[in-house]
Write a protein that binds this ligand. Structure first.
Ligand SMILES: *[C@@H]1O[C@H](CO)[C@@H](O)[C@H](O)[C@H]1NC(C)=O
Ligand SMILES: *[C@@H]1O[C@H](CO)[C@@H](O)[C@H](O)[C@H]1NC(C)=O
Length: 496
């Protein structure tokens, strides 16, 4: 073949065959407590060879609602998945007959002929009887290895193209490794002529119950939870009701458990890092790497001990709302850092853009030239209450408004019905702040200037100038009702 023909063949191949897209979506990984530390492969193979997004915020700091935002590019008030239960829209019939029909997967498959592959945790209620059981395969996915229910490491079931398969607790059953194996087998079966593919890998780490792979046990034996300046702070007078409630600081008997959770989370991440390196290597060996985008992110952040809250997400603080985001791929400058604020709702447009197609959503492609470095994004959360009388042995057992209370954690409850809020999170060269209003009896306000107060020690919601508070309120009102392009157009925001 002469060189002209070779060139023509290569040229045609890239025109005809779009880019492959691989998304690694982890469960509950923080950015602010150094959660990326164990993920050296993610940092070296994706971040350093691509872009690191420094300001990525979730649309909702909780699994199911934010996963719904990632899939659809919609804020919670538009996709209506408001909590982790079927009654709250998580894998509900309404979700299945509406939003789930227009995810980035259905669009890439139907419009661009992608082969689509999903392995791991999907939505918390996936596979339950009321959600159609394991035989239900969500639209848009050709190769389906969906985890039934919430994150687990052993003793789980996968729906494999609609047939349930049960796994036990031998080392070979470790879910992150099982996902890795499925991914590698799929990639090894492809070549540059087999057409573009979309792959989502959603390992359980570092979610509860924090079970590392046997080979990683005790790898961080001496690691302690990060003592941020707001760790176990004694007074939360200026925080909303749930955070004020109960003991602060936490009794010292609780701290070793927090240290333990922190280090085990890190240990679970080492298997994710193995997965990333294996996927990278098989893409390279199959000569697909240069034509593939790799995205790494998390469904929400996490706190451990901040403001004397034991551990969870669900709060409007940086620990919970900020997530890592790394993207490598064609056209992305290696080692670049992006300060422009982005949201989980932007992933939909970003992924579609990589596949060469556009669709309406509440976000904007992160690769777009129009992405503003002065932007305010919306964060929404609907507090979960207890559905039946819990028996935690805590005084709160009589109060169905509270949930996620545990005796081991000094009976501090992690959620409540009135832990319901909306925030506008603004980031620009000069501004870095958040303004939240709670849906409680006092319409409580929490606001922080992160440039002056990185650890959110002092709530300025009631001391800021009236005009400024007014502008924040107005902006928040616009955002909680926004739909489609208006969610992006309503910004940037002057002089807040
Ligand atoms: C799942 O479905 C895909 C697409 O039809 C097929 O290629 C693949 O072989 C199936 N996997 C299994 C394990 O049956
Ligand atoms: C989830 O949301 C639905 C609808 O608002 C509500 O009925 C249900 O009680 C919520 N579940 C929890 C655990 O808060």
């Amino acid at each position: 073949m002469d060189s002209f023909r070779i060139f023509r063949v290569l040229f045609l191949a890239t025109v005809i065959y779009g880019k492959n897209i691989v998304v690694v979506l982890v469960d509950d990984l923080d950015l602010t407590l150094d959660g990326m530390q164990p993920l050296m492969n993610a940092q070296n193979l994706i971040g350093k060879q691509g872009a690191t997004y420094k300001n990525c915020f979730v649309a909702s700091p909780i699994c199911c609602p934010n996963r719904a935002s990632i899939l659809t590019g919609r804020y919670q008030h538009n996709h209506h998945t408001v909590n982790n239960s079927i009654s709250g829209g998580c894998s509900s019939k309404q979700w299945q007959s509406n939003s789930e029909k227009t995810t980035f997967a259905t669009i890439l498959k139907d419009k661009m002929g992608y082969t689509t592959f999903y392995a791991g945790k999907y939505l918390n209620e996936y596979g339950s009887r009321a959600a159609g059981g394991a035989q239900y395969v969500p639209p848009g996915w050709d190769w389906w290895y969906g985890l039934v229910g919430n994150s687990k490491y052993y003793d789980y079931s996968l729906s494999i193209n609609g047939s349930a398969k049960t796994y036990g607790h031998s080392p070979n059953d470790y879910l992150t490794d099982v996902i890795k194996q499925f991914a590698v087998t799929f990639i090894n079966g492809r070549n540059s002529n087999s057409g573009p593919f979309l792959m989502v890998l959603a390992p359980p780490a570092p979610h509860e119950p924090w079970t590392p792979a046997a080979r990683h046990n005790d790898r961080y034996k001496n690691q302690k939870a990060k003592r941020t300046p707001n760790f176990n702070s004694p007074s939360q007078d200026d925080k909303h009701w749930l955070v004020r409630m109960g003991q602060s600081p936490l009794p010292s008997s609780v701290l070793p458990s927090l240290d333990d959770i922190y280090r085990k989370r890190w240990e679970t991440l080492l298997a994710v890092d193995d997965l990333i390196s294996s996927v990278y290597t098989s893409l390279r060996n199959s000569r697909l790497l240069d034509n593939t985008y790799l995205i790494f992110t998390s469904d929400n952040g996490y706190h451990i001990g901040q403001f004397s809250m034991p551990m969870d997400k669900r709060q409007p603080y940086e620990t919970d709302i900020r997530v890592p985001l790394l993207i490598r791929g064609p056209g992305i400058t290696p080692g670049s850092e992006v300060n422009a604020p982005v949201s989980s709702v932007d992933l939909f447009s970003t992924i579609l853009g990589m596949g060469g197609v556009e669709a309406v959503s509440d976000g904007i492609s992160m690769l777009s030239k129009n992405i503003s470095d002065d932007r305010s994004v919306l964060i929404e959360y609907r507090g979960e209450h207890s559905e039946r009388m819990p028996r935690s042995g805590c005084p709160s057992d009589d109060d169905l408004n509270l949930s996620h209370c545990s005796k081991d954690m000094a009976c501090k409850c992690q959620d409540a019905r009135n832990n319901t809020y909306a925030c506008v999170r603004r980031y620009s060269k000069d501004h870095n702040n958040i303004f939240c209003i709670f849906e409680d009896d006092s319409k409580y306000i929490e606001a922080y200037d992160l440039n002056a107060d990185e650890f959110q020690m002092s709530n300025i919601g009631y001391t800021m100038k009236k005009g400024k508070r007014h502008r924040f309120r107005k902006r928040l009102r616009e955002l909680i009702e926004c739909e489609g392009a208006d969610c992006v157009r309503a910004q940037p925001m002057r002089a807040i």
